[in-house]
Structures are given as C-alpha cells and as structure tokens.
Design a protein around this ligand. Sequence first.
Ligand code: FAD
Ligand code: DLZ
Ligand code: SF4
Length: 517
Amino acid sequence: NRVLVPILGDQLTPGLASLCDCSPDDTIILMMEVWDEATYVKHHKQKIALIFSAMRHFAAELRAAGWSVDYTKLTDTENAGSFTGEVARAVERHNPRAIHVTQASEWRVQQSIDEWADKFPCDVTILPDDRFIASIPEFHDWAEGRKTLRMENFYQEMRKKTGLLMDDGKPAGGKWNYDAENRAPPKKGLTAPERFKPQPDDITREVLDLVADKFADHFGDLEPFEWPVTREEAEKAADWFFAERLADFGTYQDAMIHGEDDLFHSMLSTSINIGLLDPMELCHRAEAAYHDGNAPLNAVEGFIRQIIGWREYVRGFYWYHMPELQTVNEMDAHRPLPEFYWTGETDMRCMADSVRSTKENAHAHHIQRLMVLGNFALLAGITPGEVEAWFLAVYADAFEWVELPNVAAMALYADGGKLASKPYAASGNYINKMSDYCKKCRYSPTVKSGEDACPFGPLYWHFMDRHRDRLRANHRIGRIYANWDRMDAEKRQDYLDSAENFLGSLIPAKAGWARAD
Ligand code: FAD
Ligand code: DLZ
Ligand code: SF4
C-alpha cells in the first residue's frame, strides 16, 4: 500500500513539504479539479483557466519525473465535486497506508482536511507549508501579547531573519523602509515596457474551451489569456521583470495611468501564489540587482518589502484572526455593492478604468485595488462581505488568505485597526495627484459639491463625519477633524447633501454575480 499525497491547486511546487519524504515508487499523487472549488465564488474565467491549466501542466511534469499522478478532471463522470469527496474515492481506489497533505493556504479548505483523519481508515499527516518565510506559530509568537500588530515591525524581523538587505546587522542604506521614495506621481507621457505574455499551448487551449463551456456566466474576459502556467514560463516572466521593470518599480509603485494596466509592477503574484515561483528566490534576485548596480535601493527594498513584509504579514494575520476575520464589520457598513463593480458602467473614470482592467486582465494593480476600488467601498460604506466576495472572485491571484486581510483589514478597516493604524481613506485629491484619471473625467476633484463634484470628496467627508466617534481619538486623524470643524456649517452641509444624493443614486448589483443565486 502506497502513500496518497493530495496536492491542491495552489501547491504546484516540486519541493512541497508533503512530497519531501516520499519516493515516486511508494506514492500516489492526487490532483483534483472540483466543482465546489471552482464555484464557491464565481471566479473570473481567467482564474479558473490559470489554476486548471497550471495543475495539468504540473501533473505532466510530475509524471515525466517518474511520479504516479491520479488526476481527476472536472468533467470526469464520477467526479465527486469536492476535495473530501475526491479523496474518499481515491482511498477506495488505492487503499493507501497513509495520507500526507500540506496544510491548505485557506481556512475553509483546511477545515475540511482536518476531518480526514476521522473519515478515512488510514493515518493522515498534515505538514506545515514551508514555502512561506514565517511559519504560522512563528507569527503567532510574534503577535501574542502585542497591543497592535504593525507590518513595519514584523518586516524588520523578517529582514533580520532572512538577512536580506542587511549590512552587519543594520539595514542597507541606513533605513529599513524607503516608502517615501515609492510615491512619485506619473510624469506626463510615462509608459512602462509591455509585460511578458506567454501564449496558450495545447493544454491551455483545452482548458480555455472547458472554461468557456462550463463557466460562461462567470465575470471577466477569458481571452486573451496571458498568464504563466508553468515554472518555466513563470521564470521567464520573472527574468523579464528584473530586466525591464524592477529599476522603476519603486519610484512609480503608487502611480496610476489610464490604460497602463500594470505600469512597473511585476505581475508575478499569480505565479507566487500557486507555487510556480519561490518568494525567497525572487527576493535574492532583487537584492543581487541592487548589489550589481542594476536597480536602486528604493526599488529593491520596495519589492522585497512587498514580499517578505506585506505578503508574509497578511498571511500570518489571516491565520491569527480566522475565522473572525470573515465577519468583522467594525465600521458598521451595510450598503450593497454597486452594480458598476461588475459592469464598469460609471462616469467615475478611475473606477471605470480599474474595473475594465479587472475584467480584461483578472488583475488590477495595488493602488487601483486599495485607493480606488477599496477606498470607494470604504467611503461609501459597502458591506464587507460583499466587497470581499467581489475581490475574491475577480482577481487571478485571489486566495482568501491574502485577499481577506487586504480587503477587510487594509482597505475597509473592518477590523477596527488591528492591521492598519488608520483607514486608507482619501478624497479625489489623492487620486488626482497620483494619476491622470481626473483630467478627462466627467467629475472634477476641484469642484467640491453639486453635480460636477468628484464623488470621492463628499464621500470622504461623509465618512469622516459619520465615524467621528470612532476615529477622533486616533492621533493620526485628529487634524482632519480640526479642518472639518473650521469649515462653515453651510459648506459642511453641502458636502453631506452631495454625498447623500450620490449614495442614493447607486444601483445595487443584482444577486448572482459573485455567488450562484
Ligand atoms: P507587485 O506590485 O509587483 O508586488 C510584488 C509582490 O509583492 C506581489 O506579486 C505580491 O506577491 C506581493 N504583495 C504586494 N503587495 C501585497 C499585499 N498587500 N499583500 C500581499 N502580498 C503583496 N494580492 C494577492 O496576491 N491576492 C489578492 O487576492 C489580493 N487582494 C488584494 C485586495 C486589496 C483590496 C488590496 C489593497 C491588495 C490586494 N493584494 C492581493 C495585494 C496586491 O495588490 C497584489 O499582490 C498585487 O497587486 C499583485 O500584482 P503584482 O504581482 O504585479 O505585484
Ligand atoms: C481556486 C481554485 C479553483 C478555481 N479550482 C480548484 C480545483 O479545481 N482544484 C484545486 O485543487 N484547487 C482549486 N482552486 C484553489 C482552491 O480553491 C484553494 O484556493 C486551495 O486549495 C487553497 O486552499
Ligand atoms: Fe475619480 Fe474623482 Fe478623479 Fe473622476 S475626478 S477620476 S471620480 S477621483
């Protein structure tokens, strides 16, 4: 009797913990395309295609390396439709002496894996996912007993642990963080080199046909499909990022330009999240680019901070705060998600462009997610659950462990400040400064109230006003209330009325976009 090793759709890594102590002649690897995972939210068509295609390619690589892979396709007639159902069938088929599985990245999936030991007549060993730099207990130890959790403190620990950008125990260049040099507005005419776009092979084409057939009612354009689906393609995408974009990554990290969908960003999140690229290896390559004089420190530190800082921090934060994180709503937000999150049909040019990129690419870059789409949902008081389901469905890189902390805690402040020291709330002035969106928008950020006012202005003050009791004690916000109080009463009322009018005009999304009716 052999050992059964189920490998999930984001565990496509040859050195995966559950494979480490196994040998090809004593192991059956199980990979499963299952209806439940493809539809628990109605994922963007490209996201399903990415995962199925990458799974099929990975299975082929494993077989070529001598492993036995038992692979269930979505359309196999006996497909049980869920991970547990498929493992049950595999246990019947193979009568394994043990099951070895690497811990799921998502709480929902891990809950069902936790039941396997009672369900199946063999030993079940669950191994920690060591593709992350900090283990879950390590984050727990760091977090326990702290009054506030802040990425910056955790990040410094990770720098020390990994030795990345460290000179004799001190941060390279003398500072831990070059965030202040990551905020240049886009200069006129700024364009970025095109990203690397792998083309579909026969395996991907077959998957694209399957997705077109079975998931026609899911959001998003299926083609062009240009995501890396193998380690080789992902490596090429990384090579290309380091050669073409890294040097400007830092300076323009927060910039937005209409139609320039990913600027100097790496577009590597899908490959990292499903296991095609190793986060530490990427950080070492970035560090080498700095030492070789190919990229400045603000770019390299910025990139490394996103990975060993933010990415690790939100992962630890997720496991530390689950399952409560799924239902937090400290800002008491109850407005339905507007329909334009799905259709892009709004006169707000920044929102329309961010939704368009989301629909066409299954991607929007960080500042579009945080300061446009997230900021609007925060200011308008959209129900966290609806915003979370949207973010989880629409991005090819969306897995709950990374999506939920970013949406609930970072963008919506729905955790009441456990992750961020203040809400990322901003008026149109911020978007105007950091983008070229406003120039051709039907609204204007310099008009403060009435029909032509940028909705972000009144919404910002409406948000501040309605959350005064909650936020005024925050020393980072006090000054804003002093400004508000100095305005004359009529002006304040104008803002509030404009916001109310605008909010009243929002059309709620129909049911059925994010989850089946
Ligand atoms: P780059 O800008 O090139 O950054 C490099 C890498 O750093 C990324 O590939 C990613 O692995 C990591 N990274 C950067 N920022 C973050 C962050 N805040 N949290 C975790 N990792 C980060 N990222 C996801 O991978 N999946 C999500 O579902 C997701 N949802 C988000 C929702 C909101 C509201 C916000 C504000 C951010 C979200 N992010 C998410 C983080 C970030 O926006 C994406 O990782 C990034 O846009 C991916 O594009 P990129 O690879 O070009 O990133
Ligand atoms: C997102 C996703 C989709 C769409 N389909 C599958 C699938 O059919 N099989 C699979 O193994 N994984 C899939 N995934 C990823 C899972 O939903 C989930 O995110 C991972 O198992 C991590 O918990
Ligand atoms: Fe967005 Fe307001 Fe600028 Fe229009 S004016 S693009 S709505 S920030």
